[in-house]
Design a protein around this ligand. Structure first.
Ligand SMILES: [Fe+2]
Length: 366
């Protein structure tokens, strides 16, 4: 539960708001590089953090925005919207460092405040329920271990890091073994979602368009090889990545059509009866009974399974309050620390997660 004041602090990111000022200390992804054409391209309008910007390529093919520094990196256009003398180096996030054919990006713009969607990204607890099936069919691409559906009460281990948070959910996997899902929160926009080694890394990027809408990039990337035909087939199945209305950034499954819920499927086969994992998440994050599109966290009750969400809020609120007092956030000054991976693995019960998975949790491409 948050006070009304802290809830306001968390969700408002427009110009001159404390959280908006914090976000403006980081490079902000604003649009797909492919939306901005060749040299002297027509400008692309984007709304980000409650400000209206235009992005275009100049005669030399360089990306510009009116009126902030901009660059192209990893298939996206990024702007720095903060004080120019505080412009940081670009963070070493692996998904944006790999070659273009190692990566697939889906862009969506959805109704709803960024914070409740990011809370869903960091949370491993809901996977046991929301994304589960009664018919035992696995999540496509071998991305979720069966343990996650067997033990629905994970224990959380949260650690503060130089880039943000390492969020580890521990589940039972036999007498001597724990199963671990490690999500990484990279301040302030990205969450790396736990998945087994040798599957593409899912990088979830959430950027406030304004307080009521969120820009969502769902990014799949491999460090050491281009996406294979089999991996691309998984991305085209309508489950892993939702269907998008052609010519838009809107999902076909949406609030107004009840996410195309199939009640028979819900009775027989899957927990939600909703086809795509993204829409399953939207169904529980878009409308959280607050004021319109924004959750009212002063009316909720959290439990131990919500520890990752609590850690996320605490980190953001702490940094925003420190900045109000004149202390700059340290994370933009640690770009190399962002070179991490999520994880999904089993370890002997006696081995601490950070130690047992040390190599797995480091990125190799920077
Ligand atoms: Fe989810």
């Amino acid at each position: 539960m948050l006070t009304k004041a802290d809830n306001e602090l968390l969700v408002r990111t427009g110009p001159k708001t404390p959280m908006g000022e914090l976000f403006r200390r980081f490079w902000t992804p604003i649009t797909l590089a492919s939306e901005v054409g060749g040299p002297d391209s027509p400008p692309v309008r984007v709304r980000i953090l409650g400000e209206d910007l235009v992005a275009f390529r100049d005669s030399h093919g360089k990306v510009r925005t009116a009126s902030y520094p901009a660059m192209e990196r990893g298939g996206l256009i990024w702007a720095f919207m903060g004080p120019i003398d505080l412009m940081p180096e670009f963070p070493a996030i692996e998904a944006f460092a790999v070659p273009a054919d190692h990566r697939s990006i889906t862009k969506m713009i959805v109704r709803g405040n960024y914070a409740q969607m990011q809370e869903g990204d960091v949370d491993s607890s809901h996977v046991s329920f929301l994304h589960s099936r009664q018919d035992g069919k696995p999540i496509p691409g071998g991305r979720v271990d069966a343990t996650v559906f067997a033990d629905r009460q994970p224990r959380w281990f949260t650690a503060e890091t130089d880039y943000g948070l390492m969020l580890s959910a521990q589940r039972d996997a036999g007498d001597d073994t724990f199963h671990w899902r490690v999500n990484q929160y990279l301040m302030p926009y990205a969450v790396l979602i736990a998945a087994p080694p040798n599957t593409p890394v899912l990088t979830q990027v959430r950027v406030p368009v304004d307080d009521d809408h969120t820009l969502h990039f769902r990014i799949w990337s491999n460090a050491d090889h281009p996406l294979t035909a089999a991996e691309r087939a998984v991305l085209a199945d309508g489950v892993t990545v939702p269907e998008i209305v052609p010519g838009t950034f809107s999902t076909k499954e949406e609030y107004e059509n009840d996410y195309l819920i199939d009640r028979d499927e819900q009775r027989r086969a899957s927990f939600t009866g909703i086809k795509s994992i993204v829409a399953q998440d939207l169904a529980v994050t878009q409308d959280q009974g607050g004021y319109g599109t924004i959750a009212d966290r002063s009316r909720e009750y959290l439990t131990s399974s919500d520890k990752a969400i609590i850690a996320l809020r605490k980190r953001l609120l702490t940094r925003a309050k420190q900045l109000m007092q004149g202390t700059e956030p340290p994370e933009p000054r640690s770009p190399g620390a962002y070179s991490v991976r999520p994880g999904d693995f089993k370890l002997p019960r006696t081995v601490p997660v950070a130690q047992g998975a040390k190599d797995l949790l480091l990125a190799t491409v920077r």
